[in-house]
Write a protein that binds this ligand. Structure first.
Ligand SMILES: Cc1ncc(COP(=O)(O)O)c(C=O)c1O
Length: 485
C-alpha cells in the first residue's frame, strides 16, 4: 500500500478534524455546552483522518507474520512498515535502531528495565520529577539515584551532572522525561545525553509528553548528543488504539532473552530448546496491535503535515496566554517557571487557595463543561515537592493509607493543551477559574471520602442519552453518574 500523505494541513484543519470537538455535555443547571477538553496530557482525542485510515485498512485486517493469504500479506507489509515510519518520526537512524511496539510508555520502560540485565552494583539515575512509569520500573531491577528539583520546579542540572560523574563505572542508564507531565518543563536531552555518554552510560528519554508537542531528533549514533532509547504512547498523539513505542539499538534487542515469551517470538521450539526470532519480533510477543500501529502512522503523517514547529509555536503562545491571565487571578497559584514558556509544553498545574483540588476540578466540569485532571498525576514525589510537603509528611499525607480516607489527599489541578486547543477553550477555562475563586458557583458539592472526589448534589445525568450504545454494551440499567464516577 502506498501511504496516503497529507499536504498543507493547518491547525484549524486539525481542530475541525478532532472527533468530538463539539460534543455537548450536561451542566448542573440543566443546560448543555460543547465540551472544553483540557486533559490532553492524559489522553488526546482522535483525528477523524485516523479513523478514516483505520476504516480503509480494516477490510485488509488479518493476522500478521503467520498467514499466507493475501490479506495477511498486505497486513504484514503494512505493519512492518509502520515500525520504520515511527522510527523516522523521532529521527532514529534506522540502519542501527529499531522500533518495538508495546501497549504504552509504561510497558516500554518496564521492558527496557527488564531486558537490561542489571547486575547488583548497577545504577540508574533518574529524577525527582518523573512520572511513576519512568521511576518504578527502574527501582525493580537496579539501584536508583534520584536527582533533585530546583525551587521553581526545574531539574537540578548541576546535581544531575555531578551524580553522573560520581556514579561513573556503575552507571548504566540516565532516565529522564523529555517533558514533564506536571509542569511541562522540557529537559535539555542532548546535553544530558553527552554527560551520560562521557560516563559510558546510555540515556533513555520518556517522550510520552514530548512527542505530541515537539519535533524529536534522536540524532546519529555517533553524535555525542545521540538519544539511545526513547518511548512514547500513541494515545497521547491522537491515535488512542493501545500502542506504545520503544526505540533503541538493534544490537540491544538482538542480545538476551525477551522479557515476555509465547507466540510470535520464536523461530524454533523443541521441548528443551528455543531459538528466538530476530528483533523486533522477539520483543513483540503475541498477536501485535496492527490497527494501533496503522493509526499511529497516520497520525504522524497528519502532525508532520502541519509541522511540529508550527505546533510548538502555537502551544507556546497558548501557554503564555493562559498563564499570563491566570497569574492575575488572586488566589490562584501556578507551579513551574512562569516566564520561560518556550521551554515548556502546554501543561498548566495550579491550586486555588483554600479549596480542595478535587472540588475545583468538579466545579469546572459540572458548571463549566471543562475536563481537567486533579491529584498527583502519577508523579507523587514531584507534586509533593512542588506543594512543599515535607519528607516526614509525605507517607501519610492523607492518601488513604490505613483508614482508606482520601478526603485530605493533597494535589493540584492540571489543564493540558493539545495542538488543536485554542484561545476560546482557554477563555472558557480562565473565566470559570475566576468564578470559582470568587465563590461564584451554584452547586453544593459533597466529597466521597473513599475516592476523594467531589460530586454536585442532584446531578445525575442519564449517561445513556449521551452514548447510544450504553445499554447494549454496558447493560447496567440503573447506573447513575455518581456510581459511575
Ligand atoms: C511523562 C509520562 N511518562 C509516562 C507516562 C505513562 O504513559 P502510559 O500511561 O501511556 O503508559 C505518562 C502518562 O501520562 C507521562 O505523562
Amino acid at each position: 500500500m502506498t501511504r496516503k500523505t497529507h499536504t498543507g494541513l493547518t491547525l484549524q484543519d486539525l481542530r475541525n478534524d478532532v472527533i468530538g470537538i463539539d460534543t455537548m455535555v450536561p451542566l448542573l443547571d440543566g443546560s448543555e455546552r460543547s465540551y472544553v477538553f483540557l486533559d490532553n496530557g492524559a489522553s488526546t482525542p482522535t483525528f477523524g483522518k485516523v479513523m478514516d485510515c483505520i476504516r480503509s485498512f480494516l477490510p485488509w485486517y488479518s493476522g500478521v507474520h503467520r498467514g499466507t493469504g493475501f490479506k495477511s500479506v498486505v497486513a504484514t507489509e503494512i505493519f512492518d512498515r509502520t515500525h520504520e515510519v515511527v522510527a523516522r518520526f523521532v529521527g532514529a537512524d534506522v540502519k542501527r535502531n529499531m522500533v518495538v511496539f508495546t501497549k504504552n510508555t509504561t510497558e516500554c520502560v518496564n521492558k527496557l528495565s527488564n531486558r537490561w540485565g542489571f547486575g547488583p552494583a548497577d545504577v540508574v539515575i533518574t529524577t525527582g520529577m518523573e512520572h511513576h512509569s519512568n521511576d518504578l520500573p527502574w527501582r525493580k531491577n537496579a539501584k536508583v539515584v534520584h536527582v533533585g528539583i530546583m525551587p521553581d520546579g526545574s531539574l537540578d542540572l548541576e546535581g544531575l551532572q555531578d551524580a553522573i560523574r560520581r556514579h561513573k563505572g556503575n552507571l548504566r542508564v540516565v532516565a529522564v522525561s523529555g517533558a514533564s507531565n506536571i509542569t511541562g518543563i522540557c529537559q535539555p536531552i542532548h546535553r544530558i545525553a553527552e554527560w551520560a555518554h562521557e560516563a559510558d552510560a546510555a540515556i533513555f528519554v520518556d517522550a510520552a509528553q514530548l512527542a505530541p508537542h515537539r519535533r524529536i531528533d534522536m540524532r546519529p549514533d555517533d553524535d555525542p548528543g545521540h538519544i539511545d532509547f526513547l518511548a512514547l504512547s500513541a494515545h497521547k498523539m491522537y491515535a488512542p488504539f493501545g500502542i506504545g513505542v520503544l526505540v533503541g539499538p538493534i544490537d540491544f534487542f538482538e542480545q538476551g532473552e525477551p522479557d515476555m515469551v509465547g507466540g510470535g517470538v520464536v523461530d524454533v521450539v523443541t521441548l528443551d530448546e528455543v531459538i528466538w526470532k530476530h528483533a523486533p519480533h522477539k520483543d513483540e510477543a503475541g498477536s501485535p496491535n496492527v490497527v494501533g500501529a496503522v493509526a499511529l502512522a497516520e497520525s504522524i503523517a497528519i502532525l508532520e503535515s502541519v509541522g511540529m514547529e508550527t505546533i510548538r509555536e502555537h502551544e507556546r503562545a497558548l501557554l503564555e496566554y493562559a498563564c499570563t491571565r491566570l497569574r492575575k487571578i488572586e488566589g490562584v497559584t501556578l507551579y513551574g517557571p512562569t516566564s520561560d514558556f518556550a521551554g515548556r509544553v502546554g501543561v498548566i498545574p495550579f491550586t486555588v487557595d483554600g479549596m480542595h483540588h478535587a472540588l475545583v476540578a468538579a466545579i469546572l466540569s459540572a458548571e463549566g463543561g471543562i475536563g481537567v485532571r486533579n491529584g498527583f498525576f502519577c508523579a507523587q514525589p514531584y507534586v509533593k515537592k512542588l506543594l512543599g510537603i515535607s519528607k516526614e509528611q509525605e507517607l501519610d499525607a492523607g492518601c488513604g493509607v490505613g483508614d482508606g480516607d482520601r478526603s485530605g489527599t493533597p494535589g493540584m489541578v492540571r489543564a493540558s493543551l493539545g495542538c488543536y486547543s485554542n484561545e476560546a477553550d482557554l477563555d472558557a477555562f480562565i473565566a470559570m477559574v475566576d468564578r470559582i475563586v470568587r465563590g461564584d458557583y451554584k452547586g453544593t458539592y459533597r466529597q466521597d471520602p473513599v475516592s476523594g472526589s467531589f460530586l454536585p448534589e442532584g446531578f445525575e445525568p442519564d449517561l445513556s442519552k449521551y452514548f447510544p450504545f450504553f445499554d447494549s454494551v454496558v447493560p447496567a440499567k440503573n447506573r447513575t453518574y455518581s456510581e459511575a464516577s
